[in-house]
Design a protein around this ligand. Structure first.
Ligand code: NDP
Length: 451
């Protein structure tokens, strides 16, 4: 990095860390964007003078609230709820809700910050936001999850709306939770609007929204692979996670002719050397979405597969890796193992799953590597399509939605090429995604004055 950019990043980060102590994930996300855009900012001093980056790193609003609820035995529990309304320069705040015990302000802010750039990349008019709670849905009954969602929404509904802030799902928040949240929102506000996305098909949801993040990640990977004359056909794919994103990434990859050999959860991973097929995939959907079981049960059902408790799948040799579980799940050692095993493409389905060291390993090895904010943007893009359908009170066919998703992923890829292609021809997708996402938001902020 040039001297100016390096100095700018370090002094900016020193201030940010002093102002937001202990928020490690937030620091990590800001540093990554800053490193990409600093050289660009140097060429546009009016953006520096107007402190655009400083404003982007300060949420427009943070809401933190108490969420009291009772379990099935009548015991009272208190969780903490969050909504970070990060940036509304190009549209209403938009971003998922996460229910996971690890949720804290740092994780909410990193996700909302990333979301701002991701939403800008989709080409749709959506600002950035994120919310959630440290509630752990694991092992809870449907009735407990419903009571929690109702309590959470009773407070959150004061701050959201179809033209203000439109939440969706994320880790621990799928169709069941969105249903409970939407039901309570409608009851309290007495309005049937597209205030949440990821809704059921019978009540305003879009076809292909459940599939969109995983499918979109595969469409993005296809574009990347095509730059090197490669494809999914015959490739071995390692996937982490077994939730919404992982399931549909696996399904699409296998339909594109790949051999998907792993899935995981926070307890361990399964390795199936024969690869998933449609029947095994149907079992995974049932296991995870109906029985709400653990991925180790896959190895009981299919004895050809092996379960590795407490481990991550990155030591399995593959052509393509798709981290689809959570942040910082793939570190420097894991990245080195992947590269040593012959992996030539890493496409992130999760948000910030690779550590900065892992990204450096991939980029040094000159393999294809895409950050989540580019390759997992298909989820929020299809949420944007759900918002459009709700506004015009129409429903598009799966083919129409899929065609739009395809187009958006290919436009994001083109934007990454435009801003991320380096002198030697290597595409730095991190740089490309960050600069392309930044420019639109920065220009909108300039147009709207000092707000
Ligand atoms: P789900 O809750 O459906 O699935 C999450 C999966 O990741 C589960 O298998 C879960 O295992 C695993 N996981 C969660 N936390 C950890 C952890 N700390 N360590 C290891 N494994 C973990 O979530 P999604 O599939 O929706 O989300 C996955 C990722 O994709 C997240 O980073 C999310 O932000 C991102 N994303 C999601 C989008 C969407 O549309 N849903 C859109 C864009 C990005 P376990 O059951 O053990 O917790």
């Amino acid at each position: 990095m040039e001297k100016f950019a390096q100095k700018y990043v370090e002094s900016f980060m020193a201030d940010l860390i002093a102002k937001n102590p202990g928020e490690l994930e937030f620091h990590q996300a800001v540093r990554e964007v800053l490193t990409s855009v600093a050289p660009y900012l140097q060429a546009y001093p009016h953006l520096l003078d107007n402190k655009i980056m400083e404003r982007m790193a300060e949420p427009e609003r943070v809401i933190i609230f108490r969420v009291p609820w009772t379990d099935d035995s009548g015991e009272v529990h208190i969780n903490r709820g969050f909504r970070v309304q990060m940036n509304s320069a190009i549209g209403p705040y938009k971003g998922g809700i996460r229910f996971h015990p690890s949720v804290n302000l740092s994780i909410m802010k990193f996700l909302a910050f990333e979301q701002t750039f991701k939403n800008s990349l989709t080409t749709l008019p959506m600002g950035g936001g994120k919310g959630g709670s440290d509630f752990n849905p694991r092992g809870k009954s449907d009735a407990e999850v419903m009571r929690f969602c109702q309590s959470f929404m009773t407070e959150l509904q004061k701050y959201i709306g179809a033209d203000t802030d439109v939440p969706a799902g994320d880790i621990g928040v799928g169709g069941r939770e969105v249903g409970f949240l939407f039901g309570q929102y409608k009851r309290l506000r007495d309005e049937f609007t597209g205030t949440l996305t990821g809704k059921g098909l019978a009540w305003g949801g879009s076809l292909l929204r459940p599939e969109a993040t995983g499918y979109g990640a595969c469409y993005f990977a296809q574009e990347m692979l095509a730059t090197r004359g490669k494809s999914f056909e015959g490739a071995t794919v390692v996937i982490s996670g077994a939730g919404n994103v992982a399931q549909y990434a696996a399904q699409k990859a296998l339909r594109l002719g790949a051999k998907v050999v792993t899935l995981s959860d926070s307890d361990g991973f399964v390795y199936d050397p024969d690869g998933l097929d449609e029947e095994k995939m149907a079992y995974v959907f049932h296991l995870k979405n109906v029985l709400r079981g653990r991925i180790k049960e896959y190895a009981v059902k299919y004895p050809g597969a092996q379960y590795f408790p407490g481990e991550k799948p990155w030591k399995i040799a593959c052509d393509i890796a798709m981290p689809c579980a959570t942040q910082n799940e793939l570190d420097g050692d894991a990245a080195r193992a992947l590269v040593a095993g012959g992996c030539y493409c890493v496409t992130e389905g999760a948000n910030m799953p690779s550590t900065p060291e892992a990204i450096e390993v991939f980029q040094r090895a000159r393999i294809l590597y895409s950050p989540g904010k580019a390759s997992n943007a298909g989820g929020v893009a299809t949420s944007g399509l759900e918002m459009s359908q709700n506004s015009i009170r129409q429903k598009w066919t799966a083919e129409e939605v899929d065609a739009q998703l395809h187009r958006i992923m290919s436009d994001i890829h083109a934007a990454c090429l435009r801003y991320g292609t380096e002198e030697d021809g290597y595409v730095n997708y991190v740089k490309g995604a960050n600069i392309a996402g930044f420019i639109k938001v920065a220009n909108a902020m300039m147009d709207q004055g000092l707000v």
